[in-house]
Ligand binder design. Structure first.
Ligand code: UDP
Ligand code: MG
Length: 349
């Protein structure tokens, strides 16, 4: 046999030469205690319900035995793929790596700390089969610490829903299922994994929420504290901007800039009229106002210029990457786009 797997468990070897139907993407950083149990639970669900599957474990450069344990599993089970990152990049890059390598038609992401119950996978998957593009887990009954996690998360979720325009209850969980082209189109940066549904909505993805179990972390430690609230806020700002203005940044910067110039201009006119009508020393009488007028005009000019530069950047981005500013659902009697551009249709965000 040309197989290089350890011979003692040769009967366990499972070869899966064709592309699997399902991919599980699981980022792992120092989760040695969860590895065997997680693998066992995943097999229970997948082998009975969805036998054509792969598990893509992304080891985010763990310092414990996580990688070694994953490697042992991968040596026996060809359905298990392991991607080891070169340093600890964080959860979002780890997920992005997993999505890049995943081959399934339906891709499921989850945490590797057993806080997500594999038994919930079918509920997510069935929604995709029903026709949704993204099924997002919703920890309906929260069991986390009230002050440290539940209250900030409640407020954050509310804000995220309002500002991103995607009415989810729970942005904070990575337990989700996606149709392949939905997730492959999304480019993740920073810690934007929380906003995958919002980014997907830009492409017109049909999104649904599915209640999932909320389990306490039994081993290892959470990688996040309350400080993540601030980072989430900044990410929200980015997402809001991307969703609304990425193809027309001048509409955003220009509007604010013009308001500044208008206000500054009015102040200027007022001061000039005052000088003409009553003479006197306007600078002494209205020094602060004059400063404000000047600042407003300057800031306004700066903002408009920033907007123009951003318009240039947007064009460079779209055209150099062969990106489109739209996403096609399907075409009839028509296959090729006549424009000279790449076939690979990826979105901007
Ligand atoms: N994770 C990772 N790299 C990191 C931090 C976290 O791959 O730098 C993984 C971690 O192993 C877990 C998932 O991301 O599988 C979620 O992390 P954690 O459980 O700490 O987050 P929480 O559940 O507290 O939101
Ligand atoms: Mg966790």
């Amino acid at each position: 046999m040309p197989l290089s797997y350890s011979s003692e468990r040769a009967d366990d070897v499972f070869l899966n030469p064709t592309e699997p139907e399902f991919s599980l993407v699981i980022p792992m950083h120092n989760e040695e205690d969860s590895v065997p149990e997680l693998y066992k639970q995943l097999l229970e669900v997948m082998e009975t319900r969805y036998p054509s599957f792969e598990i893509v474990f992304v080891d985010d450069n763990s310092t414990d035995r996580t990688y070694r344990l994953l490697a042992e599993i991968a040596a026996r089970d060809a359905r298990v793929k392991v991607i080891k990152l070169k340093r600890n990049f964080g959860q979002t890059p780890a997920l992005a790596a997993g999505f890049d390598y995943a081959q399934g038609e339906i891709i499921i992401s989850m945490d590797g700390d057993l806080q997500h119950d594999p038994a919930d996978i079918p509920n997510l998957v069935e929604k995709i089969r029903e026709g949704y593009d993204l099924a997002s887990g919703w920890r309906k009954k929260r069991i986390d610490n009230l002050v440290m996690r539940r209250v900030p998360s409640r407020i954050a979720n509310w804000l995220m829903a309002k500002l991103s325009g995607v009415e989810l209850h729970d942005f904070g969980t990575t337990f989700k299922a996606y149709r392949r082209d939905t997730i492959k189109r999304i480019k993740l940066y920073g810690e934007l994994h929380r906003f995958i549904p919002a980014l997907a909505s830009w492409n017109g993805a049909k999104i649904v929420e599915v209640p999932i179990k909320n389990i306490n972390r039994e081993s290892g430690a959470s990688h996040y504290g309350i400080s993540r609230t601030f980072r989430v806020m900044f990410d929200l700002l980015t997402v809001r901007f991307l969703l609304k203005y990425v193809t027309r940044p001048l509409h955003f910067f220009g509007a604010v800039g013009f308001l500044g110039m208008l206000a500054g201009g009015l102040i200027g006119v007022f001061l000039v009229l005052k000088k003409l009508v009553s003479g006197g020393d306007v600078f002494l009488q209205h020094g602060p106002l004059m400063m404000m007028g000047m600042l407003l005009i300057l800031a306004g000019v700066q903002l408009v210029s920033t907007g123009l530069v951003a318009e240039l950047l947007a064009r460079t981005y779209f055209e150099s990457q062969g990106q489109t500013i739209y996403t096609v659902e399907k075409t009839l009697n028509h296959v090729e786009r006549s424009r000279d551009s790449s076939d690979e249709m990826t979105s901007i965000i």
